[in-house]
Design a protein around this ligand. Structure first.
Ligand code: SF4
Length: 368
C-alpha cells in the first residue's frame, strides 16, 4: 500500500476489459494493476482507483523573475512564486531538473502547501503570479487546478511550464485554469522524441494548436538546442515554418542553450553561434519574437517592434534595461501593438531568486 502524506482521487481514468485501469491524463495511457504506479511515478492505482500521491506537497518554493520561466511577454519584470512536486511523464535524457523529475522518494518533497496557503503566500510576497514549474504540472493536474482556482480568487495569475504532453480531455480542464504557459517543444522530429524522451511529437503539436485556437492562454515556446540532436538548420527551419504556419508570427519562440546534464553528459554545451543562427532562421521565417536563452546575449534577449525595429524591451539576463511600450502595449515610436500581457510599466523585481518557506506565511497566533 502506498503511504504518502496526502492522497487525492485522480480524474481521467477508466477500467479496461482485462481488469487493469488506464490513466488517461497523458498520451502514455499507463495501464495499471493494483498497487502499480504510472511512469510519472506520482499517479498510482490504489483500491481500484487512480490516485495522485503528491497532492499538497512540493519540492520547494522560490520567487523567480517571470523571465526565468521563460516568459518575455507576460507581465515583464514581475516576481513569480514558483514550485514543483516530483516525477515527470517524459524521460528526457537531457533533463535539467532531474533531481526533482526523477525523484522516487516522496519524503523528499517536504513542504506541505494547501492551495489557499500558496495563494496567500503569493499575495503577501508581492508576486503577480504562481508558476507550476521544475517538473511537469500535467501529472499533478488536480493539485495544479485547485491552486489555480485559489489564486484566481485572490487576483493572482497562474503559469504552467509544461512539455504539453497531455491528452485532449484533461487538456481542456487544465488550461481553462491557466493564464499563461511556456511549452517545451523539445525537438521537431518524432525520432528525437522517441529516442531521447520516450514520447511523441504529435500530441505536443496538438496542444500548441489547441492553445492558440481554442483558448485565451498567453503562451510562449521553448526549444533547448542540443548539439548533434536537434540543432540542424533544417530542423530549426522546419520548426519555425510550422510555428509560423499553424500558430502565427506572434507566438514568442525561445531557443535555449544546452548544458551537459543527467544522462547526456557526452555532448558539449550549445555554441553561442548555433544559438544566434537559430534565431536568424526563425526570424527569417517571419516570427516576430525570437529569443536566445542560457547564454549572455543581450541582443537575443531584446524585444523589438516587428513593424519599425525599435527596441521595446531591453534585457540583460533577467534585468529589464529598457522599456519603450506605451500604457496600452504599443511601440512608443510607431504605435504598433506588441503581442502579450503587459501592464503600464515594467515590474522591478530584477534578477533575484529568493527561497521561500511557506510556513513564514502561517497566520500569526493571536495574543490573549
Ligand atoms: S499521467 Fe502518469 S500515470 Fe497517467 S498516463 Fe501519464 S505517465 Fe501514466
Amino acid at each position: 500500500m502506498i503511504q504518502p502524506v496526502d492522497i487525492k482521487l485522480g480524474r481521467y481514468w477508466h477500467v479496461l476489459d482485462d481488469g487493469r485501469i488506464q490513466c488517461d491524463v497523458c498520451p502514455r495511457y499507463c495501464k495499471l494493476h493494483e498497487g502499480q504506479r504510472g511512469l510519472c511515478f506520482v499517479r498510482a492505482r490504489q483500491s481500484d482507483q487512480i490516485v495522485l500521491t503528491t497532492y499538497g506537497r512540493s519540492s520547494g518554493f522560490c520567487i523567480d523573475p517571470i523571465e526565468k520561466k521563460p516568459l518575455n511577454h507576460f507581465l515583464p519584470g514581475t516576481p513569480v512564486l514558483s514550485f514543483g512536486t516530483a516525477g515527470c511523464n517524459l524521460t528526457c535524457k537531457f533533463c535539467q531538473n532531474w533531481d526533482i523529475s526523477k525523484a522516487r522518494d516522496l519524503d523528499r518533497i517536504q513542504d506541505t502547501a494547501s492551495p489557499e496557503k500558496i495563494a496567500e503566500a503569493a499575495v503577501r510576497s508581492g508576486c503577480r503570479s504562481v508558476a507550476f514549474t521544475y517538473n511537469d504540472p500535467v501529472i499533478f493536474l488536480e493539485y495544479a487546478v485547485d491552486v489555480a482556482q485559489a489564486c484566481r480568487e485572490r487576483g493572482i495569475m497562474t503559469v504552467a511550464v509544461s512539455a504539453g504532453y497531455i491528452s485532449p480531455e484533461p487538456r481542456i480542464e487544465f488550461f481553462r485554469h491557466m493564464d499563461a504557459a511556456n511549452i517545451d517543444l523539445k525537438g521537431f522530429s518524432e525520432g528525437f522524441y522517441k529516442t531521447l524522451c520516450s514520447g511523441r511529437l504529435a500530441p505536443v503539436l496538438e496542444t500548441l494548436e489547441y492553445l492558440k485556437h481554442e483558448t485565451n492562454v498567453w503562451f510562449e515556446i521553448t526549444t533547448l538546442l542540443i548539439p548533434g540532436e536537434n540543432d540542424s538548420p533544417a530542423e530549426i527551419e522546419a520548426e519555425s515554418a510550422w510555428v509560423m504556419d499553424r500558430l502565427g508570427p506572434d507566438v514568442p519562440l525561445h531557443f535555449t542553450a544546452f548544458h551537459p546534464d543527467w544522462k547526456l553528459t557526452d555532448r558539449p554545451p550549445t555554441p553561442p553561434e548555433t544559438m544566434r543562427e537559430a534565431r536568424r532562421i526563425a526570424t527569417n521565417a517571419g516570427l516576430h519574437y525570437v529569443y536566445t536563452g542560457n547564454i549572455h546575449d543581450p541582443a537575443g534577449q531584446t524585444t523589438h517592434c516587428h513593424a519599425c525595429g525599435a527596441i521595446l524591451i531591453g534585457r540583460d539576463w533577467y534585468d529589464i534595461t529598457a522599456w519603450h511600450l506605451s500604457a496600452d502595449s504599443r511601440c512608443t515610436k510607431c504605435g504598433t501593438r506588441c503581442a502579450g500581457v503587459f501592464e503600464a510599466d515594467a515590474g522591478r523585481w530584477g534578477p533575484r531568486r529568493q527561497r521561500v518557506r511557506l510556513r513564514a506565511f502561517d497566520p500569526e497566533p493571536s495574543v490573549h
